[in-house]
Structure formats: C-alpha cells, structure tokens
Design a protein around this ligand. Structure first.
Ligand code: PRX
Length: 661
C-alpha cells in the first residue's frame, strides 16, 4: 500500500497535463472543441447562446451596442426579471418540488427550500420590502451571513427592481457605513447573529454601530438566526423582524418588475488602489446571462445536480455561483454557514457525503489548509458522488492542484481553475471541463468569446513564457458597466492604461484587470497576481491603502506602509511597517491598538500578520516608499535587491532586524 502510494505520488508529481475522463466528457454540457472557433467567427452574435438561457419579457434584437466605449451595452432592447428567471420559471416548468436551496448551519441544523418554497418566500419578502417603502432603483444593503434569507432577500430585491448591495458579514461596522453612504442606501437587511466555531456572534451590534455613523434614516429588517442564543438587542422603531414581516404578507404575490437588460441588478463594493472601495455595477441582462452561461459551460451544472460553491455570498463568487448562475439553471445549490474545521476538519467532506454533492467549487487557500491538515480527513468520507471540482480567487500551485485532484477528486474529476474578478461578473479564463486538457498551475485558455491576451507595457503581445500584463480586448456580457456614480474612475481604473481614451472606436479600448500573467505556446494563461496595490489574503481582496489609512487613524501612528508577504495557507498575509509619533512606545499595547484599528475599519480578514515598528520607511530620492524592499523583508529574504537609489539606505538593516524579532 505504502509503495503504491509513493509510486502514485511520484507519477502525479511528474505529470504535467491531465485530460478529463471519457465518462465525464460523455455527459458534459459542452464537449465540442469547435466552440472556440464558433464564438470567434460569430462574435458578438455568439453571445445569443448565453442570452437564450434566460426567459425574456421582451426579446432583444441587438446583442451588443458598442457605440460609446467603454460604456458597452448588452441585449439592451430586451427586458426581463432576474427573480423570475431564478425562481418562477422553474415553478411554471413543473420543477416546483425540486430543491432550490439546501442549507446547513454550523451546528448541523438544516433547512430545505424547494423552488415552490423559494417562490413563496421571495414574493412575501418582496411585498414586505415594498410596504417598507422600497421603490424600483432604490439600493437595498444586505449585511448578512450565510443564512437562506440572504439569497431570498437578493431575489426579493431583484423581483421589485431594487438593486442590492451585499456587504460581507465579516466586514466591520465602519465598512458597512462607508458602503451605505456611498450608495445612498436607506434600507438594510441584516441578522441578529450567526455561528462561528460554536460561538454565537453578535452581528446586530455591528450593524447598529454602522447605522449610527449615517446621517440619513434607515429602515432595517433583522433576521432572527440565533433565537434564544441571541444577544437580546431590542428592535428600534425603524427595525423590523423579518419573520413577522413575511408572516404578515403570507400568501401575497408581487409581479416581477420588467427590467431593462441594462438596468442595475446589484452593486458590489470591492477594493482598489485608493482607500475608497469601488461600487462595481452589474446589470440584469448581461450579468445574469453570463453567470448562467458560465455555470452551464464551466461548472457543468445540470438541474438534477447538487452543486456546492463553498464561498460566501458576500463576495462576487457567491453572487454568481451560489445564487444567480445555479438558480437560473434550476439546480440545487448548497449553502453552509460555518467554517471547514468545525467541529472537525472533515466538515466539508461530511457535507459532500451527506448531500451527495456532484460539483464542488472552492478557493486555493482552502485547499492549502486541507493539505496541511492531511488526507486522513477526506479519506474518512465517501466522496464518490463528486464529478467536477473548481477553484477560484488566487493562483493555485501545481502541488495543491494535484492534491485536490487526487485526494478530493480521487483522480476522476476534472478541475477548473477559474480566473475572473468582481468586475468581470463571471469566469473569463479556464479550461472547459468537457473539452480541454488541464495543466496544473495554469488557469487555461480564455473562454470562448473572451479575447484575453498577455502584453508588455506598450500593449504588445509578449512571447510565450514571458511575464506580462493581462488585458481583455473585447467586451463581454458579464462585465461591469461602470463604478457607481463615478464614470471617470471607471475609465481611469480599468481602461486608461491600454486604451486611447479619446477614441470612439471600440477597437481602441482595452480592459486592464491589473493582473500580471504569462502565456504558453498553447495559449494557456498562468496568472501571476495583482500588479496594483491590492493584496489577496485567503482569496479576499484587500487594498493596501485601506489598511494603511486604518493604521494611520490609530492614535500615536505617524506613518504606515502595508505590503503582502508570502503565507503558506493564506497565500498572502498583511505586513504593516509603522512609524510612531514621538512619545509613543513600540510595545505590545501599541501593536494591539493597531490590530484593533484595522479590525474596526475593515474587519478581521485584514488583520496584520506582523506589525513592524521602524523609525523610517525606505524611500527613494523622490520620496516614494520602496514597497518592493518591504515585501522582500516580509518574505524573509536576506539578499535584498538594489538599494542604491534609496535616500536612507541605512534604515534597511534596522527594519530587517526588527522584522526578525
Ligand atoms: O488577482 C486575481 C485573483 O483575484 C482577483 C479578483 O479578486 P476578486 O474581485 O475579489 O474576485 C475573486 C473571485 C472571482 C484577480 O484580479 N484571482 C481570481 N481568480 C484567480 C485569481 N488569480 C489566479 N488564479 C485564479 N483562478
């Protein structure tokens, strides 16, 4: 047995390419290699294939309007409703008893919503939102953990044409306030709390604190998740109990509002180079069609499947691949409230076994944690129901890929390594599991119809094997349309770098995702990571500026620089270099105050791994902080790169010494 194992490991280690099994291909949604050419030759009409996955109130005639780049419009003369597409049509098509959402709480409590159940509750909550005063185009903020009421609230908003803005529950009160203010949002749906590693967290306290920072009144709906384990907050005059509202609307129906394809479906705030989060705007027609298409083509989802994306709905992955894509296709989507290691490290595999999960989609950071815990945990469980595996959020190295392939997929499941972003709405670069050869470590070719390339600083394609910058030359239906109330920043952030911004010709416009990448002879793209000041910590996107401004906000801090250092599970970890004002000590108390400052401003996900006090930061003669050096120090590199251009080279050794403490 041991010998077999070693032999297998050795074979896997050497193997550079993997093909899907015949069995997988025989049942896959997309199997025709010709699809790439077909899309290219018929572009942009090829996108009708995505549009056709939806039911339209008014069928569109025009697929793409590119007359005003980069403000592209897709299916613009069509009308539809996203909630109708995700719920009603499955009820009408005879699938009302199929399970839409299977939910499991951390403590093992479960809830099941058939499409009929979902239809009922989405209608009732939509009616309740209307009664609270929500009108079409009002932004409703959803600050909720992984409870079924979150997708229900999203769909209720979609039903009445009110865009939602979901704020990840792990974000702080301050982060909630900033996002509500930015979106002028006067409605909030939140929750009393939720379970994390057995503790009943007090979420409402955070929501209340966030609300206090706003100048305007907010109508709030509170879901009671904890019951008697709750924290005893009373509800104020503007706060309403979710269950009561829904009960009052028992049996009520709300007609789905006919929305223009280009009408906003939701806003999602994400981090960028500056301290201010960006409100990414996604639309009803293009986004939903793209989410449905990629769920069909890449995740190979079929209505009869039990499909599990183990992300949080508070991020784009959860929006597209827990809620909109899977429900548009009428499948069963699994939601899990808790962490993968509670009560034990086989929790996820227990759920795969219990629900006979067919498709499993997670982040490399989770896979690295599973590897660290060891294969004995998945081995305890029957994972034979799995057919396809996926990853998203950060680069996955070949070792982690192969571990996932062997120990979770049991060498039978293809793996799709999907590159995309909050802004792209859905997957952009990955193999099609029923078509392509997989190369661990490389996401794969751009999807059919996606014109992505790797270029140098001048925008010229780089040779195979050379590092460059990822760009996308043609628009696609799921793309963001703009940044909320900020067209200028939209152009500056995503287009200016490689476009002729004065041109009306769409050929002069190139989307820049701010990732570095390499491409090989077969056109497979390996993503190297962000080239802007954005960190990827456990698959979460964090702006260094946001963290720096949180640290500088702490009393006694004069200046701060934040960089990412390599971390074996998180991928990147936050390293904070801090200069104190005179009269403050660099002691444990100061360190704790800095960590607390970051947690208050953003949330525990942004918590610095190390706070390094230093009398100065390494700066170039023009006064720019040399971040590269700080990164090298964070990574414990002894041989540092060129320091001759520094104004203060002496400080480097001192910082190195402090970082080692
Ligand atoms: O750097 C890329 C990385 O995550 C960034 C986007 O983050 P966010 O908007 O939070 O969306 C994450 C989920 C879609 C990208 O700019 N990224 C995402 N997927 C991959 C990836 N890096 C490498 N490989 C991937 N598969």
């Amino acid at each position: 047995m041991v010998d077999d194992d070693t032999e297998l490991e050795a074979r896997l280690e050497e193997q550079e390419t993997f093909d899907p099994s015949e069995e997988f291909v025989a049942q896959a949604n997309v199997t025709d290699e010709g699809i790439y050419e077909e899309f290219e030759e018929n572009w942009p009409e090829c996108w009708d294939r995505a549009g056709k996955l939806l039911d339209w109130d008014t069928r569109y005639d025009e697929i793409l309007d590119d007359s005003n780049p980069p403000f592209y419009e897709w299916f613009a003369d069509g009308t539809l409703n996203a909630a109708y597409n995700c719920v009603d049509r499955h009820v009408e098509n005879g699938d009302k008893n199929r399970v839409a959402i299977k939910w499991e709480g951390e403590l093992g409590d479960t809830r099941t919503y058939t499409y009929q159940d979902l239809y009922r509750e989405v209608n009732e909550f939509a009616a309740a939102l209307r009664d609270l005063g929500v009108e079409e185009d009002d932004v409703v903020t959803l600050y909720m953990p992984m409870v079924p009421e979150l997708p229900i609230a999203m769909l209720a908003c979609a039903r009445i044409g009110a865009p939602h803005s979901v704020v990840f529950a792990g974000f702080s009160a301050e982060a909630l306030g900033t996002r509500m203010r930015s979106a002028d949002s006067e409605y909030l749906v939140t929750c009393d709390g939720y379970y994390r590693r057995g503790d009943a967290l007090d979420h409402l306290a955070k929501a209340n604190e966030g609300l206090e920072s706003l100048d305007h009144d907010v109508e709030t709906v509170v879901v009671d998740r904890l019951g008697d384990a709750g924290h005893g907050h009373g509800l104020t005059e503007n706060q309403h109990d979710y269950a009561e509202l829904v009960a009052e609307q028992s049996g009520n129906r709300v007609d789905p509002v006919e929305r223009g394809a280009e009408d906003m479906l939701f806003l999602m705030y994400t981090s960028g180079t500056t301290g201010q989060p960006k409100g990414v705007k996604h639309t009803t027609g293009g986004y939903l069609a793209y989410a449905a298409w990629t769920t069909h083509a890449v995740l190979d989802v079929k209505p009869r499947d039990t499909y599990w994306c183990a992300a949080d709905i508070g991020w784009i992955t959860g929006h597209s691949y827990i809620v909109y894509g899977p429900l548009a296709l009428g499948t069963t989507t699994l939601m899990y409230e808790g962490t993968p290691d509670y009560p034990e490290r086989d929790r996820l595999w227990e759920l795969v076994e219990k629900y006979s999960v067919d498709i499993f989609y997670t982040a490399p950071t989770a896979i690295r944690a599973f590897m660290k815990w060891g294969s004995k945990f998945p081995e305890r469980r029957d994972l034979s129901s799995l057919r396809l595996l996926g990853t998203v959020g950060e680069p996955i190295n070949p070792r982690a890929w192969k571990w996932y392939y062997r120990h979770i997929g049991e060498e039978e499941c293809p793996i799709v390594d999907t590159w995309w972003q909050t802004e792209t709405g859905g997957m952009m670069i990955t193999t099609l599991p029923g078509v392509g050869t997989m190369k661990p470590g490389s996401a794969g070719p751009p999807l059919p119809g996606i014109d992505a390339t790797v270029v140098d600083t001048k925008g010229e394609p780089v040779e195979a094997g050379r590092a460059g910058y990822l760009t996308v030359d043609e628009p696609w239906p799921g793309m963001l349309r703009t940044l909320y109330n900020n067209d200028e920043r939209f152009i500056d952030e995503y287009w200016r770098e490689y476009s002729d911004v004065d041109s009306d010709d769409p050929d002069d416009w190139v989307y820049f995702p701010e990732d570095g990448a390499k491409i090989d002879e077969d056109g497979y793209i390996t993503i190297l990571g962000r080239v802007d000041d954005v960190l990827n910590v456990s698959g979460h996107r964090l702006g260094t500026m946001e963290i720096e401004s949180a640290i500088v906000g702490v009393e006694g801090v004069a200046e701060a620089a934040v960089v990412g250092g390599e971390h074996d599970v998180k991928g990147e970890a936050v390293y904070a270099y801090v200069i104190l004002e005179d009269g403050y000590d660099d002691d444990e108390e100061m360190r704790e105050r800095i960590v607390a400052g970051v947690e208050d401003a953003i949330g525990p996900i942004a918590r610095p791994e190390q706070v390094i006090f230093t009398p100065e930061l390494p700066k170039t003669r023009s006064g720019k902080i040399m971040r590269r050096l700080l990164e090298e120090i964070a990574n414990g590199e002894e041989e540092l790169g060129d320091t001759t251009t520094l104004r203060n080279p002496d400080v480097v050794e001192e910082i190195q010494r402090k970082a080692q403490r």
